[in-house]
Design a protein around this ligand. Structure first.
Ligand code: FMN
Length: 420
């Protein structure tokens, strides 16, 4: 692992523990695309979007979450890999996203109780607890049986193997933001009394077994990453101390990069929601990076390399984070929904930073819909629409999601045979 010499340069290559090398320190954070076909397979729209991102200069592109089970999507347009075919489409997706010496890692997820109601009115979760999720958006979940939890583990391993076989150069397990694995980690969402719940070790078992299954599926020389919450930011929820324990338990499995984030749909800190703004005299880095203090603690607790995502906008803050050795890779999300060549321009120093679109398109006023629609536009071969307002984005986004959900074929709600 190349932890030193300490450097502030965004264009310094980074060698991961498995031996793979990222060409620079900029990672596109995973962002759900919603571009799959009615069988939840990848399409030409992924090819267009990822070709554009690969040309934009990031060393690493992490895909939006690809689901392990078509019954429990995060969104109707998710790519799913559960025996629904589509390998050739995945190969085309991978070719586009790995152009220009770019690493393309597939984020693999299971939406758990955050599955929207219009996808499945009865989602699954560690326990039959809805939490503070909106009743109009999410059905009451049922608890998975222990056999079903093992099925989830197998599915992650299967999808990781398909990712490698179809040309993706790494995988990331989605263990953050209140989706299934993150629900198991949370003492609020997970009130089981079997081997998957109760103690911190038991709550971490799904993540640890999944990480082992994924590592076994891809072999030792292939990047395996985990996106993990630094904390859930809920009283009684997954805490930063819990996070440090999980990282210690992950160490023997061989993880190449932890993407540090935080929050969930009930407390959306990953987007900067509800965060106390550090004082004006704080450093640019402290003002921007949402999880800076947590990442600093995590850095001291583990030797696993870190990608820090959430809030980075200025080159100064990015360089400062690298120079201070807080993280190895700078994760950037929302700015890349519009300015796809930002990494090239940061590296050649033609810009000082990213435009902070969320400062005008507020998250509570259609912000997320706005960013999602920009990805759809680029998938369709159009340019991003900077003039779109958040208010205009909401109904368009809702209509798109409804139409996509209505068009899904092969979304059988009865149990699917687990891929071998
Ligand atoms: C449109 C959109 C889609 C997202 N989808 C995902 C996802 O599929 N998986 C994930 O782990 N995070 C997802 N995120 C969160 C981002 O990866 C990132 O953590 C967050 O946007 C904060 O980074 P930023 O401040 O640079 O945008 C998404 C964010 C946005 C804006």
């Amino acid at each position: 692992m190349s932890r030193g010499p300490m450097t502030a340069a965004l264009d310094t290559p980074f060698r991961l523990p498995c031996g793979a090398v990222l060409k620079n320190r900029i990672g596109k954070a995973p962002m759900t695309e919603g571009l799959a076909d009615p069988m939840n397979r990848a399409t030409e729209r992924h090819v267009r979007l990822y070709r554009r991102w690969a040309e934009g200069g990031s060393g690493l592109l992490v895909t939006g979450n690809v689901q392990v089970d078509r019954r429990y999507l995060e969104r109707p347009g998710n790519v799913v890999i559960d025996g629904n075919g589509g390998e050739r489409e995945l190969e085309a997706f991978a070719r586009a996203g790995t152009a220009n010496g770019t690493h393309l890692w597939m984020q693999i997820g299971h939406a758990g109780r955050q599955t929207p109601k219009h996808v499945n009115p009865v989602p699954v979760a560690p326990s039959a607890i809805r939490g503070n999720l909106s009743e109009s958006q999410h059905g009451m979940p049922r608890a998975l049986s222990s056999d079903e939890v093992w099925d989830v583990v197998r599915r992650f391993g299967y999808v990781a193997r398909v990712a490698r076989e179809t040309g993706f150069t790494g995988v990331q397990i989605h263990g953050a933001h209140g989706y299934l694995i993150s629900e198991f980690l949370s003492p609020l969402a997970n009130q089981r009394t079997d081997q998957w719940g109760g103690s911190a070790e038991n709550r971490a078992r799904l993540l640890l077994e999944t990480a082992k299954a994924v590592r076994d599926a891809v072999g030792p020389d292939f990047p395996v990453s985990i996106k993990l919450n630094s904390a859930d930011f809920q009283q009684g929820g997954f805490s930063n101390d819990d996070c440090l324990d999980v990282l210690r338990w992950l160490a023997p499995i061989g993880i190449d990069l932890i993407e540090v984030s935080g929050g969930n749909y009930e407390s959306p800190r990953m987007m900067g929601f509800g965060r106390e703004q550090p004082g004006a005299r704080a450093s640019t880095l402290a003002r921007e990076a949402y999880f800076l203090d947590y990442a600093t603690r995590i850095r001291q607790a583990t030797r696993i390399p870190i990608m820090l995502s959430g809030g980075f906008r200025s080159r100064v803050a990015m360089e400062e984070a690298l120079a201070a050795d807080v993280c190895d890779v700078i994760g950037i999300g929302r700015p890349l929904c519009v300015d796809t060549d930002l990494p090239n321009r940061l590296i050649d120093r033609t810009v000082e930073g990213a435009t902070s679109y969320e400062s005008t398109i507020k998250p509570e006023r259609g912000g997320l819909a706005w960013f999602c629609l920009q990805l759809i536009r680029m998938g369709d071969g159009e340019e991003p629409d900077r003039a779109l307002t958040g208010e205009q984005a909401i109904p368009r986004y809702v209509a798109n999601e409804k139409a996509t959900a209505a068009g899904l074929v092969g979304r059988r709600l009865e149990p699917e045979a687990a891929p071998a």
